[in-house]
Structure formats: C-alpha cells, structure tokens
Design a protein. Sequence first.
Length: 288
Amino acid sequence: MFAALGTKVTLVEALSRVLPLSSVDEDCSKVLQREMKKRKILVHLGRMVNAIEERSEMLQVIIEPSTLLSAPTNKTKGSITVSVDKVLVCIGRTPNSENMGLETIGLETDDNGWIKTNERLETNVANIYAIGDVLGPQKIMLAHVASAEGIIAADNAMGDDRNMNYRAVPGAIFTSPEVANVGLTESQARGQGHDIRSDIALFRTVGKAHVIGDIAGQVKIVSEVDTGGILGVHIIGPGAADLIAEATVAIQMKATTRDLAGTIHAHPTLSEVILEASSLAIDKPRHA
Ligand SMILES: Cc1cc2nc3c(=O)[nH]c(=O)nc-3n(C[C@H](O)[C@H](O)[C@H](O)COP(=O)(O)OP(=O)(O)OC[C@H]3O[C@@H](n4cnc5c(N)ncnc54)[C@H](O)[C@@H]3O)c2cc1C
C-alpha cells in the first residue's frame, strides 16, 4: 500500500518467503513477491533487522542473515545497511494475560500465557469462557474469529451446547494485490494424508479483470482426488478478500468442485475465476 502511494519500500523477512504463514499458500507468496518486484519494492528474505541507529535524521537499519533459517545462502550472507525515514515493525503478538489475577481463580493458561479452553470455549473454571486473541495462534487470531467465538461462548454461557468449528475460517491479507485463503494449503492437506489435486486459474482469463485493469493473480483450489471435496482455496488478486466468501461457504457446506463448477456465476465478474478454477478441477476447463 505504501509503495502504491509512492513510498520507496524495503521489506525484510526472516523466513524464506513473504507471508510465511502456515495458512498462506506458497504460490501466493511467490506471486506477491513478483508483484512487489514490479512495484520496485526491495525484498530481503532470510534476513533480520539486527539494529536500528539514528544518524542525521535518518534511521540506519542494519540487516543481517536470519538466525531462524538453518544456513545463510549466497543471497543472504553478509550485512546490509539501509537508510530510511521510517521503520514499521510487524512481528508477532504476545498475550496480555498477566497481572489480571487469573491464578487467584485457578484459571489455566499454557506456558506462553494463552488461555486454554475446550471446544465450547469454556476455560478449566466452570462458567468462565474465553474468546479472541487471548486463546493464541492455534485458535487463529482474527477479528471475525473472535466475533464468532463470542457468539458461541455467549450461547453456551446461556445454557446452549455449541462447539466452535475452525474448519472454514477465511483469512484476508490487505496487501496489493490482496491475498485470501480458507481451508488447507496443499502441504497441510498432504500432511493430513489427503490424496489431493491442485488447480489454478489466472485472473487474466476473466474479462472483468481486464475491464478493471487488474489482471495479476490466481485462484488455486485444493480438492480431494476421489470425491472432489474442496479442502482449501487460495486467492491472490483483485477482490481476493471478498471472493473468498464463496469458497468459505463451499467449505462450510462441504461442497465439491463439481458443485462450484455447476454454479452459474454472473458475467462479467471476478467470481468467474473461481468458476474457471473449479471447472479445471473437474477436467472441464472453459477457457483452457
Ligand atoms: C496490525 C494488526 C492488523 C490486523 N488486521 C486484521 C484484519 O485485517 N482482519 C482481522 O480479522 N484481524 C486483524 N487483526 C487481528 C484482530 O485485531 C484481532 O484478532 C482482534 O482484535 C481480536 O479481538 P479480541 O477482542 O480478542 O482482542 P482485542 O481487540 O485486542 O481486545 C482486547 C481488549 O481488551 C483490553 N484489555 C486488555 N487487558 C485488559 C484488562 N486487564 N482490563 C480491561 N481491558 C483490558 C484491551 O485494551 C483491548 O481493547 C489485526 C491485528 C493487528 C495487530
């Protein structure tokens, strides 16, 4: 976003790809990095900021090989210094559950301080529920997850018996282009023993992308070979954060690629890229 506003941006990432989140498809990271390069964003992967020094009203950022990767490559060896006006730091979150007296009521947290709950979002203390970021990264730290958890916890506190389901949680990242995902990545699906296929449709294959002049990006559908059951959808491109809603409903309803490919999508809209990807997934591409 800053680059789009004309700022010269340098990005430093300690791991080996941009957006190195387990929920983000590796191909989305590659496309995003390619688009960043087109926007002249300098990306340093496998490197960490070691120190920031103030010198003549500028900040000297000293960038070293990452200690989070096993060995530096030729690209990441040595130290680099970048001179900048501003530094934005965006690295991880920690719980804020200390000094609240949780221990006085015997409420359990894990070793890192995240509050433990069961599927009903009840803590180990009867009638005390917890929701949101304080449950930690295992439960997905997003605003809409906190909101959904709040409803489940409130219903249970009022006598209902509902479990929180994290199977169909959409994630949206407001980079340019946007990235959005729901369900499993290819590697997560394989890791869970699924026999999968991955089908990719490019935004450039749909007319609306050309109409709005924004053709970079793709949709990837990860589905089960036998059943066509949709396990994950990964989008990078225009409107990704909105388009993921269709994929979220599909996963929530346990839809198959055949269901999506058999659904009429309005023309000309960006949603046709999902139609294209699902048509590929049943070996009936429309514009191949
Ligand atoms: C930079 C950034 C960008 C984000 N972007 C997105 C996004 O685009 N989409 C998305 O879905 N999520 C996003 N998130 C995550 C989202 O903000 C959180 O998942 C969400 O706010 C969690 O809600 P919560 O109610 O659990 O916690 P919070 O929103 O953090 O609310 C907790 C509240 O409790 C208060 N508090 C803390 N201790 C005490 C105390 N002892 N007594 C009383 N009050 C206390 C805090 O001040 C705070 O107001 C982003 C987070 C960050 C940091």
